[in-house]
Ligand binder design. Structure first.
Ligand SMILES: [Zn+2]
Length: 410
């Protein structure tokens, strides 16, 4: 893979070219097969930054091109030996050039939040009230037709603008490099492209993501369904954790030890509740009809201890997976919801509830924080997160922590 960045004011354009051993079908770090649509993308920064360290440019490119790179990646300017080493160790890919003009590794001081506006990132914002936001906004690609006009990224960006926080919005078409399964981040870390390119300008040393217990420790969503201490994507010692650390922008997961029930509770109690939005489709509010709205409604109803409010019925495609037996993506939260929502037996989750047989006591561990998640937060920001968790959430007992560590083994 060969990579070249060019800048036009605050707009950075990347062109990447595959080597003979590369292939247009590759794999995301979570195992999802990805088919390439096009070999260019851009990132529009709010202003032309004073300087961008070559490691930041290289890592920003790597978050997009990694799935399709087999043996080597050649950047257009020398990178530090630290970043080259992290890519070599993490992916078995030879990265360079480094050589005699090898660059000094970079560092920064502040922690920013990769802010989407969903419950998990609003919960992070509640924990870190002084941290600036960096928001990724999807825009159309000049060479790829946009068949996803119902994705209202403009609505999410405008909600982020109403939070009153220091905000940097970076607009990018990088999701359209992906033809299949659909436009999206080639690697989950591509959401950080804007934060990487602005890291020197904003003096960033860490980037906080809203990945919670399920994503970090339980291999949730489309990932493997078991305890994942060595999570390739989100563990500090995983391939991506090491690559970001090498570029001086540490991955920080302030809510990595808590479930989506806790992030939902924090978000609903937050001063940013009015700007909270987890659905990409609605304009005046969440659409209420997509799969994500249904899943989040289950969690919100459980947290608020009320019946489910939805017009989605069993026959609808988004409800189909709940008619089948487990395992489910985010199953810990389905158990939590089924155990707490009154009248669950009369909802689209009735079959799932019968299979799971969850109770309030069997899901009580999901109301507290898994201690190792706080221990792995980089030192400059650990105490602030620890004190918030201690005061507002509480830590799991040893028995509860064992629920995390034996997840998926039953
Ligand atoms: Zn929706």
């Amino acid at each position: 893979m060969r990579v070249a960045w060019t800048a036009d004011g605050g707009t950075w354009h990347l062109v990447f070219r595959l080597d003979p051993e590369d292939d247009v079908t590759g794999f995301c770090a979570d195992g999802q097969p990805l088919k390439l649509a096009t070999n260019t993308f851009r990132a529009e920064l709010p202003r032309a930054p004073r300087d961008i360290h070559p490691d930041l440019l290289a890592l920003a490119a790597w978050t997009v091109i990694a799935p399709w790179t087999r043996r080597r990646v050649t950047f257009d300017r020398p990178i530090s030996p630290e970043l080259a080493g992290a890519i070599g160790d993490g992916w078995g890919v030879q990265a360079g050039p480094t050589g005699p003009t090898a660059t000094q590794a970079r560092s920064g001081g502040r922690l920013a939040i990769s802010y989407s506006g969903g419950a998990d990132s609003v919960a992070v914002a509640a924990m870190l009230p002084d941290a600036p936001f960096v928001h990724f906004q999807r825009v159309s690609h000049p060479r790829v037709p946009n068949r996803w006009t119902h994705y209202r990224s403009d609505v999410l960006a405008s909600l982020a603008g109403k939070t009153g926080r220091e905000l940097t919005v970076v607009r990018s078409d990088l999701e359209f490099t992906l033809a299949e399964p659909r436009p999206g981040y080639p690697e989950h870390h591509a959401v950080a492209v804007g934060a990487l390119l602005m890291a020197d300008e904003l003096d960033l040393g860490g980037l906080a993501f809203g990945y919670e217990l399920g994503s970090r420790w339980l291999g949730g969503a489309r990932y493997i369904h078991r305890y994942t201490p060595d999570n390739l994507m989100w563990a500090p010692h995983g391939a991506w954790g090491r690559a970001f650390a090498a570029a001086g922008l540490h991955i920080v997961l302030p809510v990595g030890g808590v479930s989506e029930a806790v992030t939902m509770r924090l978000a609903l109690g937050s001063e940013l509740r009015g700007q909270l939005r987890w659905c990409l489709r609605g304009v005046g509010g969440p659409c209420g009809t997509c799969g994500k709205c249904l899943y989040k409604e289950l969690i919100q109803a459980a947290v608020e201890r009320r019946p489910l409010r939805t017009t989605i019925t069993e026959g609808r495609p988004v409800a189909r997976k709940w008619q089948r037996p487990p395992p489910y993506g985010g199953q810990e939260m389905i158990e939590y919801g089924c155990a707490r929502v009154p009248g669950i037996e009369d909802t689209v989750f009735a079959a799932a509830a019968r299979h799971l047989c969850a109770t309030e006591s069997s899901t009580a561990w999901l109301d507290r924080c898994y201690p190792p998640a706080v221990a792995e937060i980089p030192e400059p920001w650990r105490k602030q997160v620890h004190d918030f968790v201690d005061g507002e959430i509480g830590f799991m007992s040893e028995d509860e922590a064992r629920r995390v560590e034996t997840w998926g083994m039953a």
